[in-house]
Design a protein around this ligand. Structure first.
Ligand code: ATP
Length: 372
């Protein structure tokens, strides 16, 4: 039994649109099952509205009450936001997740890419089983700085401006080296690669310069530079050589989908949007209108994002039992997928959201055994 002084942590839950609502429901089921089977802080989940469907009804994508709840919460879980048919007057999509990044200063987009045993391999090379790297995407400036600020002159020329600042580049580089140190301690690939286009753009040469300044303070961590085009090739040709990549917002947006492709698709790609005070965790995929409402979505990216949230909370609150829950979720996903009995639809199998969720929850007891 939990003691009356058990710590409670508030989690703001924003299911959003499309499959976001489906994978979120599955994730809450898994988190509650994990919590019921372990000791430590209690997570209290409270749902809040945001997204394209909400915008269609109200004209607001991210209500002030939701933003305030996110500010107050200990962490935020987000499903997916956006719907192609619902757009702002300028033609861009509704994306409360982007609004939250700016409002809460979630500057480091953390996208782990690793191959899970049991899933069909995308790359034929057997070394692809060792894929285990993290992409860190700067999320508060870069080319996305232009969101809502773009300009069209005389109906002929459109402008979107890239903004790179010393402070923005320094803090995301620092974050990359911090994560690399943690990975090095855990014997995982830890070389930090600055991915840029410093050979062409002043802004990118500046990003690299600031990265080098930060790197100088971390002599114990190996580092290198790569141009974005060369990195696209490396990610396909030998992704098992990569450790930690740090890059500009737009480059990171593109590379994170390429990374997800390397491990079979968006269904296994989690992410964390992390700042100094707040953090939001969401699958790397979008609302997937093509499969929404059909019970077909693979919920594992959402599950693994929840595990990232537990790890972040564990560190922040000095509470190792939350990290144990994170390991339990990861192991349960591995166990559920490795036997071959449960293959999600996006990996060519027949398991929909419900079946994958049931298999992961069933694997939880064995995953938890030996962790305490
Ligand atoms: P966004 O721009 O909002 O990130 P997107 O246009 O990149 O979204 P997604 O919604 O991520 O698109 O979907 C891309 C493809 O991947 C679609 O074919 C979708 O069905 C598939 N997909 C995405 N997430 C999942 C999932 N969890 N399970 C199965 N298939 C998925």
């Amino acid at each position: 039994m939990r003691s009356p002084t058990t710590q409670t942590l508030d989690i703001a839950v924003l299911p959003g649109d499309g499959i976001g609502t489906e994978v979120m429901q599955a994730c809450l089921e898994l988190l509650r099952a994990t919590q019921a089977a372990s000791t430590g802080p209690v997570l209290r989940f409270t749902e809040h509205a945001a997204g394209a469907q909400y915008y269609a009804r109200t004209g607001v994508a991210l209500p002030e009450a939701t933003l305030e709840a996110c500010r107050r919460a200990d962490a935020i879980l987000f499903g997916a936001g956006g719907w192609p048919q619902i757009r702002y007057p300028d033609g861009t999509e509704i994306a409360p997740q982007l609004d939250l990044r700016l409002a809460l200063d979630l500057y480091a987009g953390v996208r782990p890419i690793r191959w899970f045993p049991g899933l069909p391999k995308v790359l034929a090379d057997p070394r692809a089983q060792a894929i285990d790297f993290v992409l860190i995407r700067e999320q508060t400036e870069g080319l996305f700085y232009s969101r809502g600020r773009g300009r069209i002159d005389d109906g002929h020329t459109a402008w979107d401006t890239m903004r790179i600042t010393r402070a923005g580049s320094a803090r995301v580089s620092e974050f990359a080296f911090g994560l690399a140190a943690q990975r090095k301690a855990a014997s995982k690939p830890s070389r930090v690669t600055c991915v840029d286009k410093a050979n062409v753009f002043t802004s990118m040469a500046f990003f690299r310069k600031v990265f080098d300044e930060v790197a100088a303070a971390h002599p114990e961590i190996e580092r290198e530079h790569a141009y974005i085009d060369a990195m696209a090739l490396t990610m396909v040709a030998k992704p098992w050589t990569l450790g930690v990549l740090v890059t500009e917002n737009m480059f990171g947006d593109i590379l994170s989908d390429l990374g997800a492709g390397l491990i079979g698709g968006m269904g296994m790609a989690p992410s964390g949007d992390i700042g100094d005070r707040h953090a939001l965790f969401q699958p790397a995929h979008g609302s997937a209108p093509d499969i929404a409402g059909q019970g077909k979505a693979n919920p594992c990216a959402m599950f693994l994002s929840a595990a990232m949230m537990l790890d972040w909370l564990a560190q922040r609150h000095g509470e190792p039992r939350l990290a144990l829950r994170a390991r339990a979720i990861e192991r349960a996903v591995e166990r559920a997928l490795s036997g071959g009995a449960t293959v999600p639809l996006d990996y060519g199998g027949s398991a929909g959201t419900g079946q994958v969720t049931a298999a992961v929850i069933e694997a939880l007891a064995a995953a938890l055994r030996g962790l305490d």
